[in-house]
Design a protein around this ligand. Structure first.
Ligand code: ATP
Length: 283
């Protein structure tokens, strides 16, 4: 069964077609990243899936439940979902551990509070007041609150904004661990390296429409794009774009009779492909 099933989802605000006929299936246990420029319709889509926004039309099933419905069933459904919103948590006069312990009380099967604090790297801030945390530390607290309920499905809206590089790497490790335990994860991010590191598949959305859904390696024909081979030849750096980098490197190996000076072989990055897809051209 798919964790998320969306058919022909649409939502307009006046004349703005924020979401314009989206189809989407996300498998159980998958990490799916939704990419797109500001205003593309990511938050609107995700908040409809989370049950926070109404839709105009289309079918939506999230863990087998229509988020538009209410009642007792909706409460049970919410218990199975973790959400990390874009905005940071309220500053407050509670400590990190008090806040997380408080939120754990809302769930029927929460994770261990100290384990969650450890997994987001806030051990040494456990007793600090929230209002005394740095921006990145508060973001980590948001993530902790998203996972305290031991969710089957976790929504992460730009989760690592404000993280330093080490915190991002730790966060990625945490997300991979959650996936290893079977958690389905829907991520929106503007960091293409984050999507590449984490996502099984990415969906690019622009003007409320899905442009393509593919693995990060295959998006936009990336895996079959030409490779760029560069090397040093005397004082000169040479480069050649080729469909067959292995053959070129073979030729260079015989030309140099061994080690090719400063050899690199690269393909278009996910960011290059993404920018091309959404129509941003730069030199
Ligand atoms: P970002 O990357 O900036 O978070 P996004 O992809 O999440 O962008 P949305 O927030 O879904 O984009 O917005 C999609 C479009 O709908 C935008 O044009 C936005 O201005 C519009 N929009 C979103 N929410 C509302 C609202 N409550 N009222 C009116 N227009 C809205």
């Amino acid at each position: 069964m798919n964790a998320i099933e969306v058919k022909a989802l649409s939502k307009s605000y006046g004349d703005i077609h924020a979401v314009d006929g989206i189809d989407l299936s996300i498998a159980e246990g998958e990490i799916f990243a939704l990419l797109g420029p500001n205003g593309a319709g990511k938050t609107t889509t995700v908040e409809i899936l989370e049950g926070f926004r109404t839709r105009d039309s289309g079918d939506v099933s999230v863990l087998g439940f229509d988020p538009r419905l209410g009642g007792q069933e909706a409460r049970q459904w919410r218990n199975r979902i973790g959400i990390v919103l874009q905005s940071t948590s309220d500053s407050g006069d509670l400590s990190v551990i008090e806040t997380i312990a408080h939120f754990s009380g809302y769930y029927s099967n929460p994770r261990d509070v100290n384990e969650v604090i450890n997994s987001v790297g806030l051990d040494d801030k456990s007793n600090s007041l929230i209002r005394k945390l740095s921006g990145g530390q508060r973001r980590r607290l948001d993530v902790a609150l998203g996972i305290i309920g031991n969710p089957e499905l976790l929504f992460l809206d730009e989760p690592t904004t404000g993280f330093d590089p080490e915190a991002r790497r730790n966060f990625w490790a945490l997300i991979k661990k959650l996936r290893g335990n079977g958690t389905t994860i829907v991520l929106t991010t503007h960091y293409l390296d984050e999507a590449e590191a984490l996502a099984d598949r990415v969906g690019v959305i622009n003007n409320g429409r899905i442009m393509e859904i593919a693995t990060p390696a295959e998006l936009g024909g990336r895996s079959t794009s030409k490779a760029l081979v560069t090397w040093r030849d005397g004082h000169e750096i040479k480069s050649q774009a080729t469909d067959n980098p292995t053959a070129l490197v073979g030729q260079l190996t015989s030309t140099f009779n061994g080690e090719i000076p400063e050899l690199t072989v690269t393909r278009l990055s996910l960011e290059d492909i993404y920018l091309k897809m959404i129509g941003v051209h730069h030199e």
